[in-house]
Design a protein around this ligand. Structure first.
Ligand code: SF4
Ligand code: SF4
Length: 209
């Protein structure tokens, strides 16, 4: 893989890790003592449906093909996936893994505003993966394929979207950690508005909390 593609994948992986880490700081206190597990091999295998995610997993796990990935999954689930057993994929997880919040979590958050921020956080990765590059969504781009050449313009578009996603992440993180720092809700709304279309929430309703 050429340097340009490698740089982009690395940047994406850093972003994804940040998003999951912040999400886990909110959800882990519920998940750690949970008797149910929402992880199943069927969901994990969704990685194989996305060339982008599969390439991220290949890149981070140093694996060659889908069979290697299935082997990792088999090992992970052999003794039953428990809620305190970490996901075998630090990066490249299926979109649903970062978007699912059970009732225990959503009904026990401090406020509607925290819920709003959590949903916005969960939308950062899917929003980025939905961006179209030359009529193809990023989630379907096959970076490992030598015949897939990426132009300067497309590479810049992906990087710009990654920068935008990172900026949104930093804003959400700041307000999640220190809600008292919100001095201007309009500015905050403007900053994270681009995520709203996927959240299904009304910003004005939730922000009034
Ligand atoms: S998301 Fe909910 S159901 Fe799933 S492990 Fe966490 S607490 Fe349990
Ligand atoms: S979080 Fe990890 S183990 Fe759980 S379903 Fe997603 S990929 Fe599989």
């Amino acid at each position: 893989m050429n340097i340009r593609k490698t740089e982009i994948l690395k940047k994406y992986i850093r972003l994804e890790n940040k998003v999951f880490k912040l999400m886990s700081s909110i959800c882990s206190k519920f998940c750690i003592s949970c008797k149910v597990t929402c992880c199943t091999p069927v969901i994990c295998k969704d990685i194989l449906k996305s060339k982008w995610l599969f390439n991220v997993v290949r890149f981070t796990k140093n694996i060659e093909n889908g069979r290697d990935l299935i082997k990792i999954l088999d090992q992970h689930f052999k003794s039953g996936c428990e809620s305190d057993k970490p996901c075998p994929f630090k990066s490249g997880r299926p979109v649903i893994c970062g978007r699912y919040f059970c009732k225990d979590i959503t009904s026990n958050l401090k406020s509607d505003f925290v819920r709003f921020l959590l949903f916005q956080l969960a939308d950062i990765i899917p929003t980025f993966l939905d961006v179209k590059i030359d009529k193809k969504k990023i989630i379907n781009l096959d970076f490992y394929n030598e015949s897939f050449k990426i132009s300067d313009k497309d590479s810049q578009t992906i990087k710009n979207n990654l920068n935008l996603a990172l900026r949104k992440f930093n804003t959400i993180k700041k307000y999640m950690i220190s809600p008292s720092e919100i001095v201007n809700k309009n500015e905050l709304i403007k900053d994270i508005l681009f995520l709203e279309k996927h959240s299904g929430l009304s910003i004005l309703e939730t922000i009034s909390d």
